[in-house]
Structures are given as C-alpha cells and as structure tokens.
Design a protein around this ligand. Structure first.
Ligand code: AMP
Ligand code: GLY
Length: 423
C-alpha cells in the first residue's frame, strides 16, 4: 500500500518509523517531513494546508491512504475535501472531518459536546465582546485562579490562568475587545479551575468502535519543575504510573464511551485519533480538552509501545473493523526527552549542525525540527529531536535517554533534565 503522512514533526517521524516496519507498506511518503523521515520514506515538499497540491501528489504517487498528523489541515477540512472529490473520495483519510475537528478548533464546541453527553469537565460559560459585562459577573462568581480560554486555535497560547480577579477582568477585555489572540479570541470560554494532575488518553475510532492506545503524560513547560513558558512539549512518559486499572476504568466508562457514543448520537462520522487531555481530581477523571490528532511528543512514546502492525490498525479503522482488532501493547515503559533550540519557545537560531547521532545506542532518535543541508543534519525548528527509550520502569527508560543525550550535540542545545520529576 502507498501511504502519505502529512506533517513534519516528531509525531510524523514516529508514525513514519512505525509504518515503515510493516510489510504492507509499499511506498511511504511524508509531506513535508524532515531529515529523519527521509530515512523511512520519500519527503514531498508541500504545505499540508494546500489541498490542491496534496491532491496532485496523491494522484501522482497513487496514494492509497492518508494519515493527517497536525490539527490545522483537519480543522481546515482536508477530510471533507477528499470526500467531495471524485478522484479522492475512496482514499481513506485517518483524521476527522471539519465539523468534528471543532472539538479541537473551538473550546465552546468541545464544552457543549461534553455537557450534552454528560462527560465530566470543569463548569464554564462563554462570552463575546457584547457580553463582556456578563463575563465580569461570571468571574466574580468564581474563586481564584481564573481560567480564560480563547475559543479558537491559538497555537497552544490561548489559555490564561490568573490569580487576581482584576487582572482576569482586564485580560478578558483584552481578549474580547482588543483581539489579543486575533480571531481566536472573538469568543472566550471562562472555566472553573481544576486542581489535580494531568495525563492524556489516546483513542483511535472508526466511528463505531474504538481501541484505547497507551496513555501518556507530557511536560509542557520549558523550565525544570514545570516553570516558565509553555512549549509544544519537552518530554513524555508512557504509561502514566498513577493511572491504575480502577482509574482507567473510570476513564473508559465515563469519558471514552460517552465520547464515542456522543459522536453517534450527534451523527458525527469520526474516523481518526481522539486525544483526551484529562485531569485527575480526588481520583476522579475530568476532561480538560479534546484534540483531534495524536499528541507531540506523546506519539514518540505511545506509538513505540504498540506492537501490532500500524498499517493493519489503520486499515481496520478505515474499514470500520476495529471491534475485531486485537491491539498488542509492549508492557515496558517508554520515555522521550526533547532536545530544543536555545531560546525556544521564544526567538531561537536555526541551522545548527547536529552531531553524535550515530553514537546513540539502545534509544530511538525521532527528528522533529531538522533538515538536510549538503548532507549534514541541521536544526530547523524549536523542537529539534526526541530521544525515546524503553525500560522496565520510567526511571530506567529515562536514564537511557539521558545517557544517549550526552553523545548528541548542537550549538545552544537545551533540554529538561527532570522529566518525570512529579511522579
Ligand atoms: P487547554 O489548551 O485547554 O488544554 O489548556 C492548556 C493547559 O491549561 C492545560 O494543559 C492545563 O494545564 C491548563 N488548564 C486548562 N483548563 C484548566 C482548568 N479548568 N483548570 C486547571 N487548569 C486548566
Ligand atoms: N503535547 C501536547 C499536544 O500535542 O498538544
């Protein structure tokens, strides 16, 4: 089978690594990919949001399945584009259609979905510039800290958590009337603050049936001890040690099943990943957010723990046969540590030569922001490499990642030395 992965990060590199291991994969393409993905398939230089160019390449390379890595092509309707095109409509796309992608593209849509299907989540109300005064009153009715969320996609920056009521009111006004996050903050969701520990559940659904993939916890802040600015993610661990069977049963019964049943009740045909960001409060799971794709860097620990053939898994998804699929999981722990450019998530320099990758042993190097330049591998993004390892527990796995990181070098390389510190 000829398969196309859309995207260019560590998530897509991991998917390429795994798909390339299947004897069902004939030709693998990654668009646009990175220096790492070119080891597993052919990179195609295109923008995944340019659907006409995607179509041209799909037809030229006789692609038979498309896996969508990031959220924006989904939110922009790439799956719908395929379904509406006579030449593309029979090619399966792993990733939901535009309407369902609002689960990630609109915080209000996601909250309404959770309320409608009795899925536990923080209480909320949403406001626009016209209802700013009501927003102030709602803030006054809550206790600190105050959680303000831009409704739309804001590249992971649209959530503010504030301790001071006046500051929360000022920020609400900034978001609604001065468009602090552009069109994404035309509407703002204000939520009750939940105090607990976060983790993520990953589900793959064919619209009727689902399989639950390994769970994971990521580390979003740039600084050790979870301090400093938010990043795309600095490391991840799977499985999550505090998620015992009893807790995971609650997650499945109260959250996963009502979510999949919710799609059916709402007549949403959802084919793809559902990434459920959870928070554990007094041993009870609540949903913080939905994403309509896999997480990054969670993919770098979740996918390596799947022993089953990933092409078979995606075919079962496309054919609505996930109920017959027996998912095999590696019981070991997997961890990943992200190597990032100095200065990230603020301004950083690119084009730094990366050395030492050939010396890595017993870890897997997934490329995130890299490119080939005159046969040298150089950095091309904020998150550069993810170093994934296995172990009998997460500490053993982490020790292995850190051992190999010692061998890798690029100018101003930065990483967190405390992944898993809170577990
Ligand atoms: P989101 O984009 O909705 O995932 O929010 C980003 C981050 O803000 C989450 O990963 C949480 O750490 C935090 N957060 C969001 N909503 C809440 C909430 N209601 N209570 C506490 N923390 C929250
Ligand atoms: N690591 C969080 C995300 O992918 O959204």
């Amino acid at each position: 089978m000829n398969i196309l992965i859309l995207g260019s990060g560590g998530r897509e590199c991991t998917l390429a690594w795994k798909l390339a291991q299947s004897n069902k994969t004939e030709n693998l393409f990654i668009a646009p990919g990175n220096a790492g993905t070119s080891a597993y398939g052919k990179n195609l230089s295109l923008n995944p949001n340019d659907f006409e160019t995607v179509k041209k390449e799909v037809l030229q390379h006789q692609i038979q399945m498309v896996i969508v890595g990031p959220e924006d092509p989904l939110v922009n309707g790439i799956h719908d584009f395929f379904l509406l095109d006579d030449l593309l409509k029979n090619i399966p796309v792993i990733g939901p259609q535009k309407y369902a992608a609002q689960l990630e593209g609109s915080k209000e849509f996601a909250k309404e979905f959770m309320y409608r299907h009795n899925i536990p989540t923080a209480k909320y109300e949403s406001f626009t510039a016209e209802t700013l005064e009501k927003g102030y009153l709602f803030l006054e009715s809550l206790d600190a800290p105050y959680v303000l969320k831009a409704d739309g996609l804001a590249a992971g920056k649209g959530v503010l958590i504030l301790n001071d009521l006046q500051e929360a009111k000022d920020e609400l006004k900034e978001m609604l009337t001065n468009k602090k996050f552009g069109d994404a903050s035309t509407k703002v969701v204000i939520e009750e603050f939940l105090d607990g520990i976060e983790m993520s559940t990953f589900v793959l659904t064919d619209g009727e049936n689902y399989v639950i993939l390994p769970n994971a916890k990521d580390y979003k802040r740039i600084g050790e001890g979870d301090k400093g600015l938010n990043t795309g993610g600095m490391g991840a661990i799977s499985p999550v040690p505090f998620a015992d069977t009893k807790f995971l049963n609650k997650v499945e019964e109260r959250i996963v099943k009502p979510t999949i049943n919710g799609f059916k009740k709402d007549h949403i045909s959802y084919v793809g990943f559902v990434f459920i960001g959870l928070i554990k409060v007094n041993n009870e799971p609540l949903v913080i957010e939905y994403n309509v794709r896999m997480g990054d860097p969670e993919t770098e620990v979740v996918i390596p723990r799947i022993k089953s053939d990933l092409v078979d898994l995606f075919i079962a998804t496309a054919e609505k046969k996930l109920d017959k699929f027996k998912l095999e999981i590696d019981t070991r722990s997997a961890t990943t540590v992200m190597l990032v450019s100095g200065g990230y998530p603020e301004a950083y320099e690119k084009n730094k030569e990366i050395t030492g990758l050939n010396a890595v042993e017993n870890s897997i190097v997934f490329h995130a922001g890299t490119t080939l330049k005159e046969n040298r591998i150089v950095s091309s993004g904020g998150r550069v490499l993810a170093i994934t390892s296995f172990g009998n527990n997460f500490k053993e796995a982490l020790a292995q990642s850190y051992l190999n990181i010692e061998k890798i070098h690029f100018d101003q390389m930065n990483f967190r030395r405390d992944i898993g510190f809170d577990l």
